[in-house]
Design a protein around this ligand. Structure first.
Ligand code: HEM
Length: 391
């Protein structure tokens, strides 16, 4: 049944550090295993990280960030115009997913193809279990749904490529990096490779950013002293920059950033994947080449050897002089390339939320994470709450 052996490596900080720093483990092949069966293998010589680096340059992010912020406010106003209970995680997820898509793909295509890409992506991301992982070709109902979702995303991307190529005076758009770096020897865009790279980046970009944006207000509601500090910071920033959240304004949101780091530390729930490139000796055991090795960030971020009192919610650890090192964006050889964009998105979302809305009731207890979920830190019980628009 299984043609791969899978090892959990890194149940403590020391092993987790060595996992992140080891040159004997292959990052791309680890994630190819995770997505195997659905995505095409990358063509020999093609490294998706090259495309990601081009899309995620500081200048590209800057080019898109104001429209990302405008879109966030527009969608919040649309979703939460009435005083009624909201499914915070579903709405927050959709708003932040859209922000990521806008940053990565570019403006007008988001309007036209958002629904198709979002609905396909949420099936690929969430309708997924161990069976799909180890037996990707088994025609389970969820595998069939995933094949259909992939086809839907494929159609949307094909349309974007065609429209982009038909434009006479195209405005700069990050999507071009996907096209330019995925052409065959005749210069024709390779649709499957573009789809691979785009979905790969959307997987990296969306779920954690969207979920953490939804957790931040929940944590603030349960910790009023930090809500107060975050609101004060927003007051100061609005005096200086006005009501529109811009890139410069976000760069000064140090309290919000510390809160984001601490919420992430508590709520990061991701497996990280590698293929073992050559036999590995760990504590007297040999892990053979070709095996899959997984680790979890929690083993680093919630351990007393990494942080004092790790169970406490203490954003000040990321705020004070000599502040603690953060590991939530990975470490070693493959740290997150999207940290800057993720910080912009979560802070824009939190800033507009704090400025325009408040919870009608407080969260006394933070919902637990659903540990059965493969795709990030969804709550076991969805926090459905009333939020009120500020006068
Ligand atoms: C709160 C949000 C985010 C968190 C917590 C996060 C976390 C991480 C972590 C832990 C890794 C390392 C994975 C590993 O070692 O296997 C990683 C890698 C990566 N992330 Fe993020 N990420 C976030 C948002 C984003 C965003 C918004 C983007 C892009 C738009 C992005 C793009 C990437 C890419 C491309 C890599 C792979 C780096 C490489 O190829 O070496 N991430 N991220």
């Amino acid at each position: 049944m299984l043609n791969r052996r899978v090892f959990y490596l890194g149940a403590n900080p020391e092993l987790t550090h060595s996992f992140f720093g080891s040159r004997d483990m292959n990052f791309n092949k680890g994630y190819e295993f995770l997505f195997g069966g659905f995505f095409e293998q990358s063509k020999p010589g093609h490294d998706p990280a090259v495309v990601f680096k081009k899309v995620l340059t500081a200048s590209n992010i800057k080019m898109n960030i104001n429209s990302v912020a405008d879109d966030c406010l527009l969608q919040m106003n649309r979703c939460w115009s009435d005083d009624k209970p909201v499914d915070f995680f579903e709405d927050g997820y959709a708003i932040v997913f859209r922000m990521g898509l806008r940053a990565i793909v570019g403006g007008k295509y988001v309007e036209k193809y958002f629904d198709d890409i979002m609905s396909a992506f949420s099936i690929l991301d969430r309708d997924f279990s161990g069976i799909n992982l180890f037996m990707p070709k088994m025609p389970t109902p969820s595998a069939k749904r995933r094949v259909m979702a992939l086809e839907k995303a494929r159609k949307a991307i094909k349309n974007i490529i065609n429209e982009r190529q038909a434009e006479e005076n195209p405005e700069p758009c990050s999507f071009d990096y996907f096209i330019e770096n995925n052409k065959d020897q005749n210069g024709v865009p390779d649709l499957d490779q573009i789809l691979n790279d785009l979905l790969g980046l959307l997987f990296a970009a969306s779920t954690n950013t969207a979920l953490i944006s939804s957790w931040i207000p929940v944590y603030l509601s349960a910790h009023p002293q930090w809500m107060e500090k975050a609101l004060q910071e927003q007051e100061e920033i609005m005096k200086k920059y006005g009501e529109k959240v811009t890139g410069e304004a976000v760069d000064e949101m140090v309290v919000l950033e510390a809160i984001m780091q601490e919420v992430l530390r508590h709520r990061v729930h991701s497996f990280v994947w590698r293929e073992v490139a050559k036999d590995l000796q760990v504590k007297g055991y040999t892990i053979p080449a070709g095996s899959i090795s997984i680790a979890r960030l929690e083993f680093l971020t919630m351990d007393t050897r990494t942080y004092d009192n790790p169970a406490a919610f203490a954003p000040e650890r990321f705020l004070t002089e000599g502040r603690a090192k953060s590991y939530v964006f990975g470490s070693g050889l493959h740290p997150c390339q999207g940290q800057k964009l993720a910080t912009y998105e979560t802070n824009i979302f939190a800033a507009y939320f704090l400025r325009n809305f408040e919870f009608a009731e407080r969260f006394e207890k933070i919902p637990e994470i659903n540990k059965e979920e493969f795709s990030g830190s969804w709550p076991v019980v969805k926090p459905i709450v009333r939020i009120i628009r500020k006068k």
